[in-house]
Each structure stands twice: as C-alpha cells, then as structure tokens.
Design a protein around this ligand. Structure first.
Ligand code: AMP
Length: 402
C-alpha cells in the first residue's frame, strides 16, 4: 500500500509518499510560494536513509494544481522518482485544519464532504481553502485514487460541553458555533496512542497529558483514550505561548488596543498571531536562538523562556486537576522532543503533584528517541515521544480505505 499525504496551506504544500507495508517514507517535499513570482519545490527521495537525495526547482507556480502536477512528475520520473506510475498510489490523505462540529473522524472525500469542509471556512479562513485546493487538485490529477480528509480538530471532538463551551451568550454558540475546537489533534492522538503502547495498556484505559511544543504549541488532557480538554480554542491562537502567537491573553485586550493605539481588529489579530509569543517578547521565535541569547545574558530572552515554561506548567496543573489521575505526561514536537532545559523548567514545580522529572535522564535523552525521563518512583511517568503527523494521517487514510 502506498499513501500520499498532503498538507496544503494557502501558498504551500508539504507532501510525503509512504510505503505502508514497510512503514517507510519513499519521498517527501515542500512546494512553496504558490501564486508568487517565483515558487520553489524541494523534493527528497528516500529521506532519512543513506540513499537520501534532494532536488530543488525554482519556477513560477501559479496555483496548487500546477505545484501538485509537478510533484507527481517528480515522484514518477526516473531521475527523481520512487514509483513508475501514479496508479501505484492507493490513496491520498489530506490534512484539513478545521472540521468544525461536522467531522469527528477521518472521512472519505465525496461531494458532501467537500461542501462540509467549505462550510467550515469561516472558522479557518486561512487554512481550509488550502486544504480544499489540495483535494480538488488530486481529484482532477489522480482520478480514481480515493481521497481521505483527516481533520486537525477531530480528536478533540470528544470534549464535554463544559470544556468546549465559552461563558458567552448562548446564541453565539448556536448560531455562529463559537466554542473551543482545539488543533494539532492528529499529533495528540498519535502521541497518546504511543503512550498507551509503551505503558502496555489498552488505549481506552490510558490517561495522559500530551504536550506538543513546536512552532505552534498546544496541550491535551486524554482520559481513557478520549480527549477531555485542550489548550487551543476557537482558533489556534489560544493557550500556550508559541513562536509568534501570544496564547492566552485578557480578552479585553482588543478593545484596549483599539482605544489606545487606534488599531483595527485585523491589525490586532496580526499582532497576536504574527508578532507576539517568544518573538514578540525577545525578538526570536526559534527556541535554539533563545537559548543562545540567554547564554549571552539577554534578559528579554530569559523572561520569554520563563513565560513560555510557566504557561505549560499552569496547563499541566489544570489537566492534572481535571483528569483526577493520569498515567503519563508526554512531550513532543520540535521543542518538546529536543529541548531538555524547557522540559526541566516545565516540570520543575510538579514533583509534589506526582510528576517527577529525572534530571539526568532528561539531560541525556537522545534526539528522536522514545525516552522515559521520570524518576523510577514518579507516580506519573514522563516520556519524550516523537510525533509523526504524516504517518498518522497515512494510517488513518488506510483505515478509512479498508
Ligand atoms: P516543529 O513545529 O515541531 O517543527 O518545531 C519547530 C521548532 O522546534 C523550532 O522553531 C525550534 O524552536 C524548535 N527546535 C527544533 N530543534 C530544537 C532543538 N534542538 N532545541 C530546541 N528547540 C528546537
């Protein structure tokens, strides 16, 4: 079985072609700057192996269809390819950011599903159009190959109303569907399932807190295999501090900035999404740069790191409280997997509530490896569990096709 996984943004498409029988990535790549004067495609064949080859092309890429047609040519051409014909692709899994309340599981794409994804555009105006463009393109370019939509919001659809409803007038929920949705669901689901596997427990009897710290950051509380709360909200701006996103702020901030800086709602939204978070606080959004600045004595970088880690700790406390008993805390994504100092700071005050980090194990953890980093006597285990959203999308695509 070969599955093509597409993550289509407004002006970019990330792709992976996976051989599911052997659980390996055959090819991966990134199409960027779609619709701009010069676009680019970075195509890797056999990434992560000693046969890894990278091919880079620069050219105008008018739209998603042009970009994806080129990707299919690269995947099938003798010099750059890994299969001889597109008929070898058994299915296509599309990452769709917002499924609203309509989609709580991966879904085989048909006309109704396309209409359903379109109906969520008001909730994800920057993201869902890209995903739709990806689906519409593969339907045309690869007729006969089934498409599956895998939603970033789906895993969180099990949250109870007391977790997903905001304390705002009811009609704003009933008419506009304003509520907490949560994102990164594919990653939280993958990591929580891995956690169950490692513990040797059935997923339906596993409870854990998943901590996804990458460019975007979010956490989820998983009770008996189901998400019962998550830190992102109506949009991916809520919750933890992120690279350029503020996370939680006082909701009166918009009115305050409009009054005192004469900013429009759009301008305020851009400040909170693109110029806040770690970058807003210290000028850097990459955690590696922040550590470098701290080493040089930069007080802004140190404070940004403190705010970042304290927020994670606070959510950890919330989730320990609502879970009423948890098996594990699982760190994942770029920062969660690779940054011992962040993990140390996030867990530093949690010992008395049963989350005991083993500082030596934490510091010695090898990159990209599943590692237990709690002390032997810690009531709650702490793991580093590398996420793999593409593999999870491919797995879910296979399950739907089966
Ligand atoms: P992701 O969105 O999961 O790809 O994570 C990307 C982020 O992970 C980057 O912006 C960095 O802040 C962070 N990151 C990647 N490698 C490291 C590392 N070795 N140490 C600390 N942070 C890292």
């Amino acid at each position: 079985m070969k599955i093509l996984v597409l993550n289509s943004g407004s002006s970019s498409v990330k792709y992976q072609l996976l051989n599911m029988d052997r659980q390996i990535v055959l090819a991966s790549g990134l199409v960027e700057r779609i619709g701009e004067a010069t676009g680019s495609i970075r195509h890797k064949r056999f990434p992560g192996t000693d046969r890894n080859q990278t091919f880079v092309e620069e050219m105008p890429i008018q739209d998603h269809a042009t970009g994806l047609a080129r990707v299919i040519a690269l995947i099938t051409a003798e010099q750059t390819g890994v299969i001889s014909h597109v008929s070898e692709i058994n299915g296509i899994g599309h990452r769709i950011v917002h499924g609203g309340e309509s989609f709580s599981a991966p879904t085989l794409v048909n006309k109704d599903v396309i209409a359903g994804i379109k109906a969520q555009i008001p909730l994800a105006p920057l993201h869902n159009p890209g995903g739709l463009a990806g689906i519409e393109t593969t339907l045309r370019l690869l007729p006969g190959v089934p498409n599956v939509a895998v939603f970033d919001t789906a895993f969180h659809q099990t949250m109870p109303p007391e977790a997903y409803r905001y304390a705002i007038p009811k009609d704003l929920y009933t008419e506009l569907k304003i509520r907490r949705y949560g994102f990164h669901g594919t990653s939280h689901f993958y990591v929580a399932k891995k956690c169950a596997q490692i513990l040797g427990n059935p997923f339906a009897r596993t409870s854990c807190i998943t901590v996804h710290l990458g460019n975007g950051c979010s956490m989820a509380a998983v009770k008996n295999g189901q998400c019962i709360d998550t830190s992102m909200g109506l949009t991916p701006l809520a919750g933890l501090v992120m690279g350029t996103r503020s996370g939680d702020v006082d909701p009166a901030l918009h009115a305050f900035l409009a009054d005192n800086r004469k900013l429009s709602i759009r301008e305020i939204d851009a400040i909170l999404n693109k110029h806040s978070g770690l970058k807003g606080m210290c000028g850097h959004n990459d955690m590696r740069d922040i550590h470098a600045r701290i080493t040089e004595g930069d007080a802004d970088a140190e404070l940004a790191l403190r705010v970042f880690c304290r927020r994670v700790t606070q959510y950890m406390g919330q989730y320990l409280a609502i879970l009423d008993g948890t098996d594990a805390v699982c760190f994942t994504a770029g920062i969660g997997e690779n940054d011992p100092e962040v993990r140390r700071r996030c867990c530093a005050t949690l010992s008395s509530v049963g989350v005991r980090l083993d500082e030596e194990r934490n510091a010695a953890a090898a990159r990209g490896q599943i590692t237990e980093i709690s002390t032997p006597d810690s009531p709650v285990k702490i793991f580093i569990l590398p996420t793999n959203e593409e593999l999870e999308i491919a797995n879910q695509t296979m399950e739907v096709l089966a």
